[in-house]
Design a protein around this ligand. Structure first.
Ligand code: T3D
Length: 264
């Protein structure tokens, strides 16, 4: 399948989705949302996919909504229902990305602003080029952080920092974001894509089902009581214990050899 606003490759279990509108810093158009939806359809159903990398082409990762996209941009004298755009596009995108049954790595290659920042932060592991910055740009145009920014940010960096970033729109550089625990690692610009791909290839050989269940447990923890979380861990461990990869992991350990996980 060919795409105009994104690139998609799938090799040996590693899927790479690259935002590809570099002239406008990979900002989102309606077409880009549609193309990403069709890629997610593939990733969700193709059981050979064991890791997804999300990144961007050019000097930016993503500048959020394309403010000139006629499908949503206000014209003189008209006002738009942006709730519709969130309901149709950004909300479902975040829900689908976070529910993927494999690790999702975001390689933030440059500025990540507005929805672009929050889509990156919704991924499981965020690597960023040292020159990259994250901007809650919404306040600069009278909007509210979306794409789960108001959910993700306080959980990652606490209320004080989440409030200041959201209310001022001040950029935060990758190294500071790492220091604050907002992302996993800031890496040298020329190392970003290699680092992400090495990590992605590593994940294609790991016990994918166990990792998917681990994601589920971590995601549920913020809304569960301790007792509920312990029950969930029991249920998920039960499921993990029935996987082929658990058997393989233990056999390999006992036989002092490298495990060959199939993701099943
Ligand atoms: O509408 C809905 O559906 C509701 C949902 C909203 C979700 C959102 O994401 S709202 C937030 C939208 N995003 C922004 O407000 C960010 C706007 N962009 C910027 O503030 C700056 O571009 C950056 C801080 C991200 C980067 O600044 P800088 O100086 O590095 O680059 P630049 O020169 O501003 O941008 C480079 C080009 O990209 C430029 O085009 P040109 O002049 O070279 O032809 C610029 O217009 C274009 N561009 C950047 N961001 C957007 C964009 N074009 C359309 N939409 C953008 N968001």
């Amino acid at each position: 399948m060919s795409y105009e606003t994104i690139e998609f490759e799938l090799n040996d279990g590693l899927a790479v989705l690259t935002l590809n509108r570099p002239d406008s810093l990979n900002s989102f158009t309606t077409q880009m949302h549609e193309e990403i939806r069709s890629v997610l359809d593939i990733i969700e159903t193709d059981t050979s996919v064991r890791c997804l990398i999300l990144t961007g082409n050019g000097r930016g990762f993503c500048a959020g909504q394309d403010l000139s996209d006629r499908a949503v941009a206000p014209e003189t004298g008209t006002k738009r229902d942006l709730g519709e755009s969130i309901e149709k596009n950004y909300g479902p995108l975040i829900l689908r990305l976070t529910a993927l049954p494999m690790p999702v790595i975001c390689a933030v290659n440059g500025v990540a602003a507005g929805a672009g920042a929050n889509i990156a932060l919704a991924c499981d592991i965020v690597l960023a080029a040292k020159s990259a910055k994250f901007i809650q740009a919404f306040c600069k145009i009278g909007l509210v952080p979306d794409s789960a920014g108001t959910y993700t940010l306080p959980r990652l960096i606490g209320s004080a920092r989440a409030a200041a970033l959201s209310l001022t729109g001040e950029p935060i550089m990758a190294e500071k974001a790492e220091e604050w625990g907002m992302i996993w690692k800031a890496v040298d610009d020329d190392q970003l894509q290699n680092t992400a791909r090495e990590m992605g290839q590593h994940f294609t050989k790991q016990p994918t089902k166990g990792l998917a269940l681990t994601k589920k447990a971590l995601q549920a923890s913020f809304n569960n009581t301790l007792a509920e979380q312990l029950d969930l861990e029991r249920d998920l461990q039960r499921e993990a214990g029935y996987t082929n990869d658990y058997q393989e992991g233990v056999s390999a350990f006992m036989e002092k050899r490298k495990p060959e996980f199939t993701g099943s």
